[in-house]
Design a protein around this ligand. Structure first.
Ligand code: PMP
Ligand code: GLU
Length: 395
């Protein structure tokens, strides 16, 4: 029969991070020795104390649907976590647990965006933001930041991007893909602009909160006047090495949380019950229990910055968090390497895949066509080998 797909799906981009990971898997299956630095996924195992909690939950017969927005004791653990780490006070009706932070973001978009509403995305932004906004029939408005400003949006840039149609601003700090962390002072400056526009909703994606090598983390909801209009998004995928468990959550104004709950009640009925039980244990643990992973990421960041810094043509910021570097590689545009002409970041990323057997992601997917993203959530040996291969191909 004739294929009759919706305009919605036809107009949607495939997630570039997931597509590159699939491509790397395919090439590996063909016998190629691919080093995968494309997917943002910790290479650690989920800590044993969390796995034990999940095993216990199975034995305790947690097998039924949970409340749509999450178990009451998990919501309490999230409330305690927000208080402990972010000085934010929420009530249970402000918390919604979802199938990954990705679903949390999709819930928010579908719950508040009307067709034509503008959503400001400081670029580079995480790959799925623009398509989630578009699925909700919103209009992504990119604000280009520069490497000189550590890929952060200034208050002036925010002010200039606001129009009568601006509904929301979305950002992540620590940022995927740039690793940039907004300081408290920088967030205060953005908040000063937003105070003049009381109806703009903020989506603050804090999923890399704990993977921070700098001065610490500030939640914008803790800044004067921001709490009542901020959706704070977080999850356990990154800091607890639980990507496949699929648990994310929000703390939000009650009217938004209620709408997300309603949305999720029609789409997923709520998150996996065993993973929710395990998440209670994860969130109740002191952060010191996961520090060994954060220390490793810090070491690897330094290693990758040193090694990539030796390659001429790689311009780098110093990421303070997450586990990515986002080098500007536009020096290579117009050059021919191994018989291939490099016109853009996608060509460059493809060159690295085909000639160096190293998978990265083009910056185009993150709204910056001059960069590529390299994930350093990989072993030191893999990182060294990958960068050696990249260097060989480029020299
Ligand atoms: N936000 C950012 C910035 C991310 O990098 C990711 C990575 N997957 C997510 C949200 C979604 O995380 P998850 O759905 O695994 O909780
Ligand atoms: N957030 C990770 C990344 O950016 C996982 C992949 C995804 O969910 O898109 O690579």
């Amino acid at each position: 029969m004739t294929q009759q797909l919706s305009e919605r799906v036809l107009n949607m981009a495939t997630s570039a991070t997931l597509a590159m990971a699939a491509k790397a898997r395919e090439l590996r299956a063909e016998g190629k020795d691919i080093i995968g630095l494309s997917l943002g996924e910790p290479d650690f195992n989920t800590p044993d104390f969390i796995k034990d909690a999940a095993k216990e939950a199975i034995d305790q017969n947690y097998n039924s649907y949970s409340p749509v927005d999450g178990y009451a004791d998990l919501k309490q653990a999230i409330i305690n976590k927000f208080k402990r780490d972010n000085q934010l006070t929420y009530t249970p009706s402000q918390i919604v647990v979802s199938t990954g932070a990705k679903q949390s973001l999709a819930n928010v978009a579908l719950a508040v965006i009307n067709p034509g509403d503008e959503v400001i995305l400081p670029a580079p932004y995480w790959v799925s933001y623009s398509d989630i906004v578009k699925i909700a029939e919103g209009v992504p408005v990119e604000v280009q930041t520069s490497i000189e400003n550590d890929f952060k949006m200034t208050a002036e840039q925010l002010e200039a991007a606001i129009t009568p149609k601006t509904k929301m601003i979305w950002y992540s700090s620590p940022c995927n893909p740039s690793g940039s962390v907004y300081s408290k002072a920088e967030l205060e400056a953005l908040a000063a602009v937003l105070r003049k526009h009381p109806n703009i909703i903020i989506v603050s994606d804090e999923i890399y909160e704990h993977i921070n090598f700098g001065e610490g983390h500030t939640s914008i909801a803790s800044i004067d006047g921001m709490y009542d209009r901020t959706v704070t998004v977080n999850g356990v995928s990154k800091a607890f090495a639980m990507t496949g468990w699929r648990i994310g959550y929000i703390g939000a104004p009650e009217w938004i949380a209620r709408a997300c709950n309603k949305m999720q009640g029609q789409i997923t009925s709520g998150a996996n019950c065993i993973a929710q039980r395990a998440t209670i244990t994860a969130l109740e643990a002191p952060v010191s229990k996961i520090k060994y992973m954060i220390d490793k990421f810090h070491e690897r960041r330094d290693l990758v910055l040193n090694l990539l810094g030796e390659i001429k043509g790689f311009q780098l910021n110093v990421p303070e968090g997450a586990f990515y570097v986002f080098p500007n590689i536009s020096d290579f545009f117009g050059k021919t390497i191994k018989g291939k002409t490099i016109e853009n970041a996608s060509d460059f990323s493809l060159l690295l895949l085909e000639e160096a057997n190293v998978a990265t992601v083009t910056g185009e997917a993150f709204g910056n066509p001059n960069c590529i993203r390299i994930s350093y959530a990989a072993s030191e040996a893999e990182l060294k080998e990958a960068i050696k291969r990249i260097k060989e191909v480029l020299s």
